[in-house]
Design a protein around this ligand. Structure first.
Ligand code: ATP
Length: 909
């Protein structure tokens, strides 16, 4: 037990303590806490998290289900029916309303749970030093005394007293309201300093805009400054999306229209037809209920929630629900190269110095493989060794073997490959680094594309080591290390040719240089990085991901363009693009081309180009805007802090879960758990499926409701005997139709989902094809209902039996139509189509059982005034259902053959 763990972290003015005093106060050291000590402290201080906002009480959420004009209207009707002594009608209405509310309540709960679970999947991590080792731990497990490493793009995970700051800029707007990022250093400030002036502190929840730092955790959870201001995390995100809102608005307008229509019908039935007002009221209420697609928003919410769950299973975590809809409409995916399209497992495969080119053997990070120096050039090995040493010094990565003996990199993969290269050359990384400790550095940044480190030399001199994009390093060099081991004039043409040769083989190339300085510049700034002596190049292979190649092919068949936007060299990017099959002959442009084009020219360029190379984040933003200007729906990947604007601008911003910074993840709508391009394409596929399913739900709900209503309205207008009673109408609408319609939310993707072009972004949900479908199917249902009723009358059945047969015909036709609507785009008469899915089979079994009970169970007969249907009539009912299926399939086939509707084109089956 560590006795000194139970200290108060809140009473101290940490900003006025010197770093070492702060460490001492927390009984911590610069090597970080011992893991056992951290565990003890965690038990004492609790997790580093803010309590979640409580959810609404379940009863309140259940009551919210009744907060719907239609439901209230129905309950009103039940009260009227009860008051008039129509107890059966009243209890059926109340029963149906209750069932509807409970189903809505349960489903909404499930949808919210699905979203809440995603919240957990995105739990943030922090990089810490514990027991002298770097480690990645959950932010929740940070304790006072921990040492946290900060980088650009990180969300500061706890209140920190900074022990080291290198160009550290922190955006503290959420605490201070100050929009300009604050510059940080280690120095203590006076105790009275305001929050915004405490330069030695980094506060939980603020965002690292640039630089690097190391901080000591001084407060966690509710003890932090942000914890004291707002001690609650936001609750579950809202389920509303633009589409849902549109459908809700449509539903409300439709409700108003239906009620007006119902009122007119009521007046007509009582005034003109001379119907008694009480039964007329009941029927009109039932019609209004049938007409209004009250279950539509609920079923669509469920469809979206299921889409979210399926995407999560495919490693795409949706942070904002509307992304589910937009993904399905994506027309262009702009993707990073390294780690998304490629594996980000780097291996150094060649070392080029002036006069020699050495092939390096081996694969992965295992330090096994020979450096193959051409015979007769052994003297040049010293130059290569110097270059490899430089690669080890200007490097933050470490290699270690895991429990299974696999070599793993901690840090940047390319830097890890440099460590492996050094070990293959017989160097001992730890000893070499310890012999030349780093005194300062300029961290790598995608904007300046190099990294520089400063090392003290025993002679009192300082050594500046630089690595970076080769043309960038060459531009800062004035000499090169010649074959003789002495500096000589720089041969730019030679190096350009060497870079082109390596890059066109798909290698990623880094240049290396150094400079001896008489004394160390304090602090190291860009001004010192000139007059370098160029050492040579290292080429790395980073093979494309096999699954990315397949996903690119999928995109091509789905009419989605893939554009690579990378910081890498044009030739490397073009070679990888060709390997991936991005297009038959990839067209390449560079960041400089983007700079040279004005907005209008860029729109033309962006449409044509497959690969944007040597870009920085600002280029990405312009490219997205240009593509959007051309009417494209753009999904864009990103990982760095500077990618946040383009992620926000894109229609779907996609951040990397592993490689990405907190800033990128927070700006994105979707986070990829595996950083893999294939997961974006899987999400697009799910997005298209969700949209298809929403359309199926609509293509299901509207005509089934419509058919039933049309039959009753026609009978009312023509003064015929009504083919159904009010409770029967409610039964069909709120039990059969809803149960069967719900399964459409669970439908898997149709086979051709990635073989057709993206939907037009502005396409109306109710396309001409859908409108035709709704009218045609409504008429078919009306015909079925009227037909069987007339048949029953003709056979001399009592009205009650004829009505029972009408309800049964509607039930059977709905079951057959369900199988038809499952495939909007293709034939339903297939084995897979007939077999259905478990959800379909369950729903059908449930509905068949309920319908049998409705027809034959004595208590149901009393409740709904139904009668036993004779066998012959039962068989006829089944035949009508099957015939309706045949008619619908013929209609689908003819429409496809005549190519009447755009959306049926391009689907052969
Ligand atoms: P992508 O944008 O597809 O991820 P990328 O990783 O090549 O590609 P950046 O990370 O912006 O893009 O890197 C741009 C260039 O900077 C690289 O091609 C490389 O030459 C150089 N570079 C990358 N990482 C480092 C590093 N750690 N140190 C020095 N130079 C680097």
């Amino acid at each position: 037990m560590v006795s000194s763990t139970a200290f108060s972290t809140s009473a101290q003015d940490w900003h006025s303590l010197a770093p070492d005093a702060a460490l001492a106060a927390l009984n911590a050291s610069r090597a970080g806490l011992d893991p056992a000590d951290a565990a003890v402290r965690l038990a004492a201080h609790g997790p580093n998290a803010l309590p979640a906002a409580p959810r609404a009480h379940p009863l309140r959420r259940l009551l919210a289900q009744f907060n719907n004009a239609l439901i209230l209207f129905l309950l009103g009707a039940a009260v009227v029916a009860g008051a008039l002594g129509h107890w059966v009608d009243a209890s059926v209405i109340v029963g149906v309303v209750l069932v509807n509310a409970i189903v809505g309540f349960v489903q909404e709960g499930k949808a919210e749970q699905a979203l809440a679970a995603l919240h957990g999947m995105l739990a943030p991590n922090a990089r810490v030093l514990r027991g002298g080792q770097r480690a990645t731990v959950a932010v929740a497990s940070l304790v006072p005394g921990d040492l946290v490493l900060l980088e650009a793009g990180d969300r500061v995970p706890a209140d920190l007293r900074l022990l080291r700051a290198r160009g550290l800029l922190v955006d503290e707007a959420i605490l201070t309201g100050e929009s300009v990022a604050a510059s940080k250093s280690e120095v203590a400030v006076e105790a009275a300093a305001a929050l915004g002036d405490r330069t030695g502190m980094a506060y939980s929840g603020t965002l690292v805009a640039a630089g690097q730092g190391l901080g000591l955790v001084v407060a966690t959870g509710v003890q932090t400054e942000i914890g004291r201001i707002s001690s609650l995390l936001g609750g579950v995100q809202s389920l509303a999306t633009p589409l849902l809102r549109k459908i809700d608005a449509f539903g409300r307008r439709f409700t108003a229209l239906s009620l007006a229509l119902a009122a007119a019908l009521f007046a007509f039935a009582v005034g003109v037809q001379g119907m008694e007002w009480v039964p007329a009221l009941m029927v009109v209420v039932a019609i209004a209920v049938s007409l209004v697609p009250e279950s539509l928003p609920a079923v669509i919410t469920i469809t979206l929630a299921i889409g979210v769950r399926r995407m999560a299973a495919r490693q795409a975590i949706v942070r904002r629900l509307p992304a589910v809809e937009t993904l399905g409409a994506t027309t262009v995916i702009c993707s990073d190269k390294t780690g998304t399209l490629t594996r980000n497992e780097m291996t150094a495969c060649r070392v080029a110095t002036a006069g020699a080119c050495i092939a390096v053997g081996g694969s992965g990070y295992a330090p096994v493989g020979a450096l193959d120096l051409p015979p007769g050039q052994e003297a040049l090995a010293a130059n290569a060794r110097l270059l490899i040493e430089a690669g080890l010094l200007c490097n933050d990565a470490q290699l270690a073997q895991d429990a299974a003996g696999q070599w793993k990199v901690d840090g940047d993969p390319m830097e890890g490959a440099l460590v492996a290269l050094a070990m293959k050359a017989g160097l001992a990384p730890a000893a070499l680094r310890a012999g030349q400790p780093r005194s300062d550095e300029i961290p790598f940044d995608a904007q300046h594309r190099f990294m520089a480190t400063l090392h003290a030399h025993t002679s009192g001199q300082a050594l500046l080591v630089v690595k970076g994009a080769p043309e960038r390093v060459l531009a800062m060099a004035t000499a090169q290390l010649g074959a003789s081991g002495q500096p000589e004039p720089l041969d730019g043409a030679h190096w350009q040719a060497a870079i082109a040769a390596a890059a066109s083989a798909g290698e990623r190339v880094l240049g290396f240089a150094l400079r001896q300085l008489p004394s160390a510049p304090v602090p190291l700034d860009f001004g010192a990085v000139t007059d370098l002596v160029f050492l040579g190049l290292v080429g790395f292979i980073d093979p494309p991901r096999a699954e990315a190649m397949a996903a690119v092919a999928d995109c091509r068949s789905a009419g989605i363009r893939v554009k690579m936007i990378t910081g890498d060299h044009a030739a490397t990017a073009a070679a990888i693009a060709a390997q991936l099959g991005l297009s038959d002959a990839p067209v390449v442009a560079t960041g400089a081309d983007v700079d040279a084009a004005d907005d209008a020219a860029l729109r033309v360029l962006a449409a044509r180009v497959d690969v944007f190379a040597r870009t920085d984040p600002a280029h990405k933003l312009r490219v997205v805007r240009a593509l959007q200007g051309e009417g494209e729906v753009v999904a864009m990947t990103g990982d760095g802090v500077n990618d946040a604007p383009s992620l926000k601008q894109a229609d779907v911003g996609v951040a990397m879960g592993h490689k990405g910074t907190d800033a990128a993840r927070e700006a994105a709508q979707v986070v990829l758990a595996d950083d893999n391009f294939a997961s974006i394409v899987a999400a697009v596929r799910e997005g298209r499926t969700v949209y298809d399913n929403i359309r199926k739900v609509i293509a299901w709900t509207l005509p089934t409701n419509g058919g039933e209503v049309l039959a009753i309205v026609a009978a009312l207008l023509l003064g015929l005997t009504l083919p159904m009673t009010a409770p029967q109408i409610l039964w069909v609408n709120m039990v059969l139709t809803i149960t069967l319609g719900l399964v459409l939310a669970f439908e898997p993707a149709e086979p051709g989902v990635m073989a057709r072009p993206p939907r037009a972004p502005d396409a109306a949900l109710l396309s001409p094809f859908m409108l035709w479908r709704i009218v045609f199917v409504s008429l078919l249902f009306t015909l079925g209902a009227f037909g069987i009723f007339a048949w029953g009358q003709w056979r001399g059945h009592a009205d009650a039996l004829s009505r029972t047969m009408v309800v049964n015909v509607l039930c059977v036709m709905e079951i057959f139509y369900l199988f038809n609507v499952r495939y909007l785009h293709m034939r339903s008469f297939t084995w897979t189509g007939a077999r259905g899915t478990p959800a379909v089979l369950w729903a059908v079994a449930l509905v068949v059982m309920a319908q049998l009970a409705f027809t034959y169970a004595p208590w149901m007969q009393t409740l709904f005034d139904t009668r036993d249907v004779p066998l012959a009539d039962g068989l006829l009912i089944l035949a009508i259902g099957a015939a309706s299926m045949v008619v619908l399939e013929i209609e689908k086939a003819l429409l496809r053959r005549w190519r009447l509707f755009d959306e049926l084109k391009g689907n052969a089956t």
